[in-house]
Design a protein around this ligand. Structure first.
Ligand code: SF4
Length: 443
């Protein structure tokens, strides 16, 4: 009887796509995939190594499953993903319970590594990151009606606080024909919503086509029959071009939603982050997006407490958040990451000051978001049904305003017809709870 393999994937959606590709390799290799890694013969922890809290979460997950190995319930522990890539040989020293440690460049060899481990070998493999497969079959781990479509990996922006370029290497686009073929395959499997991702999605194509090709790619995606929604995540402000705005505006299938991490608004702080712009240029960009695409939903991410951030610069950021009223926003306290330029900068801000600043922004945003919900009362929204909530005794799903896993959702009651997960239904919004909209499905 073939051994069972269970995966845990941590971190971002790009890491999840890596995991789905490894799951496909493992299944093709004759192993039986099971949902719960704690019940498997071989547990694979696809780790995140981005910031301290994420690293700790990955280590805890490995140690949890290693306990089951000591109890003889799990045969082998396999560590993959960004923590393995970033700390490579140290992982085995730190966590001797790990039987296999694979860098990202070895994702394609996971089957061979598991087989060798089952024969008693300890495996550590950290080939060049450029060996990391970007194209290939996947076992979808999201709900059947939505999926992530990774169009590139790595990053050349080199923000001074960010370890991703150190982990995932330089920016590499996938060929458009491979992306479109994968998108078609996903839609054939029932996917209605594709979330287009990369570390910098807006840079798509620049390296292999010598020009920004995201607008062209999006238009091609919209030609796919059966695909209902296309959502663009991880955009970089400098590369929000007129052509991109035009395509998002004119293509019905592209939801009027942009995820645009800005990180800060103060020119000096942005410069120290090796990012560009200032409050005036970013305000102009936001106003332009809202003028060109009036019902657009803007999501952003901010960092509070970056080295050298003064009280005045933080006040400016807080004022920017009040003025811009982003529909979706997450603010994180700066996390010092070794080997990054910001880690050795002077004027590191005290931890409690960083946390307090992030708390202030997130509290501001909670009020902005619930006020924003008011706009939708009396309106009808298309909702992609995710399922039935037994606790709330009603259905739930996401509207075009809500990206998967990071945004609020819509709870709704029905009159007669029972919707299925994956259906797109019309919901009349009657109320909201915190930041979740509440409504009734049209008959
Ligand atoms: S653009 Fe994003 S992934 Fe790239 S270096 Fe900056 S923060 Fe990191």
């Amino acid at each position: 009887m073939s051994n069972t393999v269970g995966f845990v994937s941590l971190g971002c959606a790009k890491n999840r796509v890596d995991c789905e590709m490894m799951m496909s390799k493992v299944r093709e290799g004759g192993f039986k995939l099971i949902e719960d890694a704690a019940m498997a013969d071989v547990a694979v922890i696809n780790t995140c190594g981005f910031i301290e809290s994420a690293k700790q979460e990955s280590i805890n997950e490995i140690l949890e499953l290693s306990k089951l190995k000591e109890e003889g319930k799990i045969k082998k522990i396999v560590v993959t993903g960004c923590l393995a890539q970033r700390y490579n040989a140290q992982i085995k020293q730190l966590i001797p319970e790990a039987d296999v440690v694979l860098g990202l460049g070895a994702n394609g060899d996971i089957c061979d590594a598991i087989n060798k481990a089952l024969f008693g070998e300890d495996i550590e493999s950290f080939p060049d990151i450029l060996n990391m497969p970007l194209d290939g079959k996947r076992v979808q781990s999201t709900q059947p009606h939505y999926a992530y479509l990774r169009v590139a990996d790595g990053c050349d922006n080199c923000c001074t606080y960010c370890a991703i370029p150190l982990i995932r290497g330089k920016f590499r686009s996938r060929k458009m024909e491979n992306i479109l073929e994968e998108a078609q395959r996903l839609v054939n499997n029932g996917v209605k919503e594709l979330n287009v991702i990369a570390q910098d999605t807006t840079r798509y194509g620049e390296d292999i086509y010598s020009e920004l090709m995201l607008p062209t790619l999006l238009k091609e995606l919209c030609k796919i029959e059966g695909l209902e929604w296309v959502r663009v995540l991880y955009c970089y402000p400098d590369r929000i071009t007129d052509e991109l705005i035009k395509v998002i505006k004119e293509e019905d299938k592209i939801v009027k939603y942009i995820d645009l991490p800005l990180q800060h608004c103060n020119g000096e702080v942005l410069k120290n982050m090796n990012r560009h712009g200032d409050k005036e240029s970013l305000t102009a960009l936001i106003n332009k997006l809202r003028t060109e695409i009036p019902d657009i939903t803007l999501r952003t991410t901010l960092i509070a407490g970056f080295p050298g951030e003064t009280e005045e610069q933080f006040t400016e950021l807080s004022q920017f958040v009040s003025d811009m009223k982003f529909e979706r926003l997450g603010c994180f306290a700066y996390s010092l990451e070794e080997d990054t330029k910001a880690a050795v900068m002077e004027c590191q801000v005290d931890e409690d000051v960083k946390q307090e600043r992030a708390r202030i922004i997130n509290e501001q945003q909670a009020i902005i978001m619930s006020d924003n919900c008011e706009r939708y009362i009396g309106k009808t929204l298309d909702v992609l049904v995710d399922g039935y909530d037994r606790y709330a005794e009603c259905y739930f799903g996401r509207s075009v305003l809500d990206a998967p896993e990071v945004d609020p959702c819509v709870f709704f009651t029905i009159s007669d017809r029972k919707p299925k997960a994956g259906d797109i239904v019309k919901v009349n919004i009657t109320d909201y709870l915190d930041c979740d909209l509440v409504g009734e499905m049209e008959a």
